[in-house]
Ligand binder design. Sequence first.
Ligand code: AP5
Length: 250
Amino acid sequence: MAIQHEREAWLFADRERCERSDLTPVRPLRLVLLGAPGAGKGTQAELIAERFGACQLSTGDMFRAAKRSHDDQLTPAMEAALRSMQQGQLVSDDTVVELVGERRHCLSCPYGFMLDGFPRTVNQARVLDQFLADRDIALDAVVNYTLPMEAVVRRLSGRRTCENCKTTFHIETKPPRAEGVCDKCGGRLYQREDDNPESIRVRLRAYEESTAPLADYYAHQGLLRIVSAEGDPETVFGHTCAALGLRKAG
Ligand code: AP5
């Protein structure tokens, strides 16, 4: 996969940046990934993208990209969003829906998508249903990753992320070859500002209150697939493929 501009197309709401001519579309996969912060949604999204081509559409990455690229000209709504994020609280539904709405062309991608971090409330899920219905598109499944709390905290505390390509590492379980440097692109690795003990506590509470009810919402639609996030990333990827009825491509 030589050309992959789909992340920029999503991050910057710029349709022109999407070039995926190197891939032959197969049947598109259209997924929502749920699970507590740190359960490994982003890690699995990277593996699914590599093997099956679907684009990772992460709302967290979208906010972090906005912060990096427009620091001096942020709108008041975006400033409020970034403050909420830093503290571990959810961004308001209005802001999230507006920003996802600007990028909704990504839902029609012939390679499919994995929504990572959206929806996060039942209100957002209803909006997503409408975006999909407007395009005559249906979700294949909603994968809910489960992991005990102690493991969640361990994963978040050791996470390092590439400033440039957003690949995630872990200081114990997935260390980079050279400390502080991304294996994939050579970018600088940093620790997310919301991966501190106080923000982690707030994020886990927000997850229990607002995001966990989404599992019921999607169970009622017959879309929910519960997948254990215990084990190394390849093991979890195997569980994910099995839950989705996919052959684990090599
Ligand atoms: P977001 O960026 O979506 O963060 P999150 O949901 O808190 O999820 P994370 O990215 O922290 O975890 P992950 O499950 O992707 O784990 P990862 O794969 O990195 O959102 C951030 C904030 O933005 C929110 O708090 C909110 O403020 C705001 N926001 C975003 N969307 C919003 C919305 N829709 N509505 C309102 N607000 C919104 O893995 C974690 C670590 O574990 C890594 O180091 C990784 O290497 C390691 N790891 C992963 N899998 C394994 C494994 N199997 N074994 C060992 N280590 C592993």
